[in-house]
Design a protein. Sequence first.
Length: 529
Amino acid sequence: MSDLAKEQSQWRLLSNPVFRALWIASIASNIGTWMHDVGAGWMMASISPDPLMVALVQAATSLPMFLFVLPSGVLSDIIDRRKYLIFAQLWMLVTASILGALTILGIVNPWVLLIATFMLGMGAAMAAPPFQSLLPELVGKDDLSTAVVLNALGVNISRAIGPALGGFILSMSGPAVVFILNAFSVLGTLAVVWAWKPKAREQHLPSEHFLPAVRAGIRYVAAAPLLRIVILRAVSFFLFASAAWSLLPLIAKNQLGLSAAGYGALLGCIGIGAISGALLLPNLRKKYSADALLVIASLLYSLALVGLALLGNAYLIGVALTLAGFGWISSISILSVSAQGSSAGWVKSRALAVYLVAFFGAMTLGSTIWGQISKSFGIEAALLTAAFGMAVVGAIVSRWRVSGVQDLDLSPVPMHMQDASAPALEVHHDRGPVMITVEYLVDPVDTEAFSAAIREMRHVRKRGGALSWAVYRDTHNERRHLEVFVIESWLDHLRQQDHFSANDARLHKKALAYHRGDELPVVTHLISH
């Protein structure tokens, strides 16, 4: 493929009118968000020079994601995603408008600013899971990686524009105008989502209830090894990366003596580095594995943190922040694609919500830690500690690889081991627990190989909703092996059959290859009295 064809292939998704409109609208909305972050961070540094209070602005942005994104993911999976996303946009519109009005009236103190920032974070937490889970519906699996990179590129275009624009408006008109413009920036996304009419999701079983849906999502993540690795890698990066975001207002104001416009320009350097990374990443992923790129990104970000600690020149710090932007976009793009690829459609919002909980939980905890260290030992000590920690922890967790995500096929397929005959008893959906047994007849010489293959079914059954799983061998018949798993209710059993994926079928086929019976393994369903 020629270089021109490669470049065109990276941008072809923008020919999709809905994706293009949502992409442009989200850039405008994110510009408003970055303007708010500049205004809030600078306003807090002006009305309360305490380093901990300044760092808490970042924590107030991240904490709502940690607290509310999982419930939001559950709601996104069990109710209409489009309507829920509209509600989230209206929430942010109203909150930003109120903050702007209070600022005009001159009654904003540090705690009012933190509460308003927290409320805006709640809106972002509500919007994130449905927005992320709509991407596969818009573009399909083959273009998902490109869509995530383009989405990240849009975020970082706004990161390059928003802080600089916010700093300029802040220096000319004050924070109230910044907050009001943030409210207006939501309108584009609201209009696109309002006009879009997605294809209705097929559903022949009753909708899940909230608490069981939460448990199902957590069980899925616990039984998805690759998704757990993605979450671990995310925590190991963002915990230390938060140091730059939380302490940059103090570096700009107190150490460099910059104005609000200068602070916005520094944030714009991160955006420029991120845009460069987003443009280069598709070609870099052809040359290097995802795991190699994550290591490179961690080292670049660590180097940038050292630069922030030791360099006293605004221009040199701008260069360091450009490196940080490159490392940031590389990590967040690779991890987001991996989280998307390792979560099935039926639980995607919940699985992505758990990933976002880890992301923003690490950012919240990190912001608090680095703010406290900075208060006790100074900004330089906090940044150097974060740089050292990122390099060391990044090297340790690199042994757990995310590259296997690309081999997963989580599209739904009919469950192979279901009993086709109707149950003799009338079974209501809420009856349970249900015990299911699958009887395999295995040649004794194949016992060890079968045991290795059947153990992989543990994660399959657990992801589908099994509360417990085990395999037993008959002491009177060495050929007979019994797989036994328990599901909470008959309705959960029916859902388990619906959720069986192509990857699950591949793993089951490996175990089934050792079955030596004339017929398929005998399946029995036993329901509790």
